[in-house]
Design a protein around this ligand. Structure first.
Ligand SMILES: [Zn+2]
Length: 553
């Protein structure tokens, strides 16, 4: 076995990693990769002089001595100035146009990843250091964790002599973040089970698992950015290696050489060197910029990473150099912030909602707050278990998230801001129908009304579903009609004004039509629903018909 054979193996494995993690086009099965990887590991074990720094086996190194050492950046890592509207951007362009005789356009536009800025140093083509941004002047050495990130090349695909710096953003893909949090929920259960065992009776495996769970921690992360930050700050690179972190590179600095002509050329070169890069669009005028910003915002939930805006940069390196920096930020770039999808507000109350099957879900009543452009007053809490797990108390300050068309949800409470007026919530004994108790069936997390379909709220919801588009789509049998006609107040003689108004609003023509529809659909309903459900629904519909006919006469 010689160095040439080993390098041959390394090359094959590296090409497979690049194809899988950067190009998204696998060229090798997992089995084949593992086989070659183990082969290489065996050779390295027997021949310590053939272990090269860029070998894929060297990605996980445990905890080095210089972990988190403070290191000064060769060139300061600036943050960007912010803008919130196209007017802000127009003003920014006007301002920088006055500072240079060069043209400002083309400007590049790219999604702004909500991740962590990182600086990677390569010497003669080999990765030697990974530094966090820190305060922009001094960062922390996280090389041991950076190496575990599979789409970061340990060796550049083209050799560049001397030192180059690659900057980019580290993130955790949204899907992996969700998986990690699910894992944390399972870990919490496992930890509490293991903690209850008598130490003397535990197997060696259980002791090991308990220690690992305590070491890694079982708290959930608030968002993908926190998960990425937490993973990068691990002392032990074995833990980071288990987390799915990725890099999108956006800057290449060759400290001793002239800058590359343009930003888009930098991106192209980064790709050639083996990096994943962000999608960068070159725009020719402000109209172009605006439509690109709109496109990114409309698609903000379709990226596999969280974005919180877009970044605009002057493409020409000469113009960039001429514009230079303020004391805080480059003049040639600006961030465009989308409205936040997470906000802080107060949890005023927790109410229950009964569904058509009798399932009972808690709903958060919030102090209304604008989240991502929509006013949010309610948010789902899924089940009582989740309220306990997240330790949500009435009057707590909470973080609310709303992503796209998804139902808003309460992410977490903020215990640091908890006031003495906060109250622990507990599930009431009786269902909202006031007839039956609330029960848990089997191991289900969602409680139910013990009356099942007999629960009058559940059956009302079933009737509404029956008339809805997802049900039999009966014209005129919407929520409001059902609620108005089933309402017991209808039987009373002195209705209040608004109740009367609602009934007036159901015109005769509509009622005739609805009765016909109901008669037709009753047969269908019996066919579609199970017998017992159909019988109950039939009673409901009969009552509804009676009400309708009474009203007509
Ligand atoms: Zn009930």
């Amino acid at each position: 076995m010689n160095s040439k054979d080993v390098n041959n193996l390394i090359e094959k494995l590296t090409a497979a990693e690049h194809a899988y993690y950067v190009l998204n086009k696998p060229i090798m099965s997992d089995g084949e990769y593992d086989k070659l990887f183990n082969e290489l590991k065996k050779i390295e074990l027997e021949n310590p002089d053939l272990v090269f720094a860029y070998s894929p086996t060297q990605r996980v190194t445990g905890t080095p001595d210089n972990v988190f050492e403070q290191i000064t950046h060769k060139q300061r890592m600036y943050s960007l100035d912010n803008s919130e509207s196209i007017q802000d951007i127009t003003k920014w362009i006007e301002k920088i146009e006055k500072l240079t005789d060069n043209k400002i356009f083309p400007l590049t536009v790219e999604p702004k990843i909500d991740g962590l800025a990182i600086s990677l140093i390569y010497k003669d083509g080999l990765l030697v250091k990974g530094l966090t941004r820190g305060d922009g002047f001094v960062g922390e050495d996280v090389t041991h964790n950076i190496k575990t990130i599979m789409n970061i090349p340990l060796k550049l695909k083209q050799n560049i002599e001397g030192e180059v710096e690659v900057r980019g953003e580290i993130f955790m893909p949204t899907e992996s973040f969700e998986q990690l949090n699910n894992q944390k929920i399972n870990d919490q259960k496992m930890l509490s089970q293991l903690s209850q065992l008598d130490k003397k009776e535990m197997t060696a495996e259980q002791v090991k698992e308990l220690r690992e769970l305590r070491n890694e921690g079982t708290s959930e992360f608030i968002n993908a950015r926190n998960a990425a930050a937490g993973s990068l700050r691990q002392k032990d690179s074995n833990i980071t290696a288990k987390r799915d972190l990725r890099l999108l590179a956006y800057q290449l600095i060759e400290h001793d050489r002239q800058a590359i002509d343009s930003y888009s050329d930098q991106i192209a070169l980064l790709k050639d060197l083996g990096f994943s890069t962000n999608e960068v669009t070159v725009t020719k005028d402000i109209k172009n910029v605006e439509s690109e910003l709109n496109r990114i915002e409309e698609n903000r939930n379709n990226y596999n990473y969280q974005i919180d805006g877009a970044v605009l940069k002057v493409n020409s390196s000469i113009t960039q150099d001429e514009l230079g920096f303020t004391s805080k930020a480059p003049r040639w770039a600006i961030a465009f912030k989308f409205s936040a999808e997470e906000q802080t507000t107060q949890l005023l109350d927790i109410k229950l909602q009964v569904g058509r099957t009798g399932a009972i879900t808690p709903v958060a009543v919030l102090k209304p707050v604008n989240v991502g452009g929509a006013l949010v007053s309610f948010a789902t809490l899924h089940n009582p278990d989740e309220i306990k797990r997240k330790d949500l108390r009435i009057n707590d300050y909470v973080i609310v998230r709303r992503a796209g068309d998804v139902i808003p949800e309460v992410v977490s409470s903020i215990p640091e801001r908890r006031e003495s007026s906060s109250k622990i919530w507990s599930l009431q004994k009786k269902c909202l129908c006031e007839e039956y108790s609330i029960e848990f069936v089997n191991d289900e997390k969602v409680p139910r009304c013990a009356g099942k379909e007999k629960c009058k709220i559940a059956s009302k919801e079933a009737l509404i579903f029956f008339g809805s588009k997802s049900g039999l789509d009966i014209d005129g049998l919407g929520r409001e009609t059902v609620e108005t006609l089933l309402n017991e107040k209808i039987k009373e003689t002195n209705l209040n004004k608004s109740e009367n108004q609602k009934i007036e609003n159901i015109s005769d023509k509509n009622i005739n039509k609805l009765i016909k529809e109901l008669e037709k659909e009753m047969k269908n309903a019996a066919k579609i629903l199970e017998f017992e459900k159909a019988a109950l629904l039939r009673d409901q519909i009969t009552e509804l018909r009676k009400n309708l006919i009474d009203k007509r006469n």
